[in-house]
Design a protein around this ligand. Structure first.
Ligand code: PEP
Length: 277
C-alpha cells in the first residue's frame, strides 16, 4: 500500500471516530454522575472515584463529571485531579458568606476543585422546596463564580400525562434564567429530567425526550439567538443505563446524560460514558 493511501485511511478513521463522538453542531457530549446521598463513607467514595477515573482513562472526546456529596468533595478531588474526570457540587447557596447554617457557597465549591454545580434538581425542588426564584439566584451565583451551572428541569408525572411538558419547561427556563446574559448563557448546561423517570426505571422514550430537547433549544434560540442555541449542551436524565444510552444519545438534540443510580457503579458509568464504543 502506498504512503498516500495509508495517510487517507488514517485520516478517514480519525474523522469517523471524531464524528461518532460528537453530537450535532459540534457539541461535546457531557456525562454526569449524580451520586445523591451516596455512598456512606469516605473510603467508598474515594474507591468509586478512583475506579471511575481508571475505567474512563483515555476517553478524550466526552466530558465527564461526578457529583459526590459535599463532605466527599475534597477526598474525591485528590483521586481525580490529574484525570479527565471533573468534579461538581450537588447544590450551593446564593450568598457568599455569613449566618447561613448548613449552606455551602460557590466560592467554597470552586476552592475545592468543583467545575460544575447542579441547580434545581427535582429532588431539591420537591423535597427541599427550592423554588424558581432561589434557583435563578443560584444559577447566577454559580456563573459569577466562573463555574458551570447544570440547570435541571422537567415535568412531573401528572404534568406529563396532561401533556404539559413543554409548558413546564418553558416556565422553568424563563424563570430560572432571568437576567442571565448571552455571554453567561454560553456557560449554562441544561439537564432535562422528567421527574417521573428519575430513579423509577421508567425511561422517557428517546423520541419524546428528543422532542422536548428540541423545544428547550428553541427557547434558547428565541431568547439568545441561533449561535448560542446551537452551542448549548442539553443533557437527558432519568433512568439512563448502559443498555439504553446509545438510543438516547442517538438523538440530535441530546448532548449527554445526567445519571443517578447507574453512576454508583463504576463499570455501568464507564459503559455510559463510552456509549459509542
Ligand atoms: C438523577 O438523579 O438526576 C437521575 C437521573 O437519577 P436516575 O438515573 O437514577 O434516574
Amino acid at each position: 500500500m502506498n504512503l498516500f493511501l495509508v495517510l487517507c485511511l488514517v485520516c478517514a478513521q480519525i474523522a469517523l471516530s471524531f464524528k461518532l463522538n460528537m453530537v450535532a453542531d459540534g457539541r461535546r457530549p457531557l456525562m454526569g454522575g449524580n451520586w445523591k446521598l451516596n455512598p456512606k463513607t469516605t473510603l467508598e467514595a474515594t474507591n468509586l472515584a478512583t475506579e471511575v477515573a481508571k475505567l474512563t482513562k483515555g476517553v478524550t472526546d466526552v466530558d465527564i463529571c461526578i457529583f459526590p456529596p459535599h463532605p466527599f468533595l475534597v477526598p474525591v478531588y485528590t483521586k481525580i485531579e490529574a484525570t479527565n474526570v471533573q468534579l461538581g457540587g450537588q447544590n450551593c447557596y446564593f450568598e457568599s458568606e455569613g449566618a447561613y447554617t448548613g449552606a455551602v457557597s460557590t466560592c467554597m465549591l470552586r476552592d475545592v476543585g468543583a467545575k460544575y454545580v447542579l441547580c434545581g434538581h427535582s429532588e431539591r425542588r420537591s423535597l427541599f422546596k427550592d423554588d424558581d426564584g432561589a434557583i435563578n439566584r443560584k444559577v447566577k451565583k454559580v456563573l459569577k463564580e466562573g463555574l458551570t451551572p447544570v440547570l435541571c428541569l422537567g415535568e412531573t408525572k401528572e404534568e406529563y400525562e396532561a401533556g404539559l411538558n413543554h409548558e413546564v419547561c418553558a416556565v422553568q427556563v424563563m424563570k430560572d434564567l432571568k437576567d442571565v446574559t448571552p455571554e453567561e448563557m454560553l456557560n449554562v448546561v441544561f439537564a432535562y429530567e422528567p421527574v417521573w423517570a428519575i430513579g423509577t426505571g421508567l425511561v422517557c422514550p428517546a423520541t419524546v425526550a428528543q422532542e422536548v430537547h428540541q423545544f428547550i433549544r428553541s427557547l434558547v434560540v428565541k431568547k439568545y439567538g441561533t449561535e448560542i442555541g446551537k452551542k448549548t449542551i442539553i443533557q437527558y436524565g432519568g433512568s439512563v443505563k448502559p443498555d439504553n444510552v446509545k438510543e438516547i444519545m442517538g438523538m440530535p438534540d441530546i448532548d449527554g446524560c445526567l445519571v443517578g443510580g447507574a453512576a454508583l457503579n463504576a463499570e455501568s458509568f464507564n459503559k455510559i460514558v463510552r456509549f459509542n464504543q
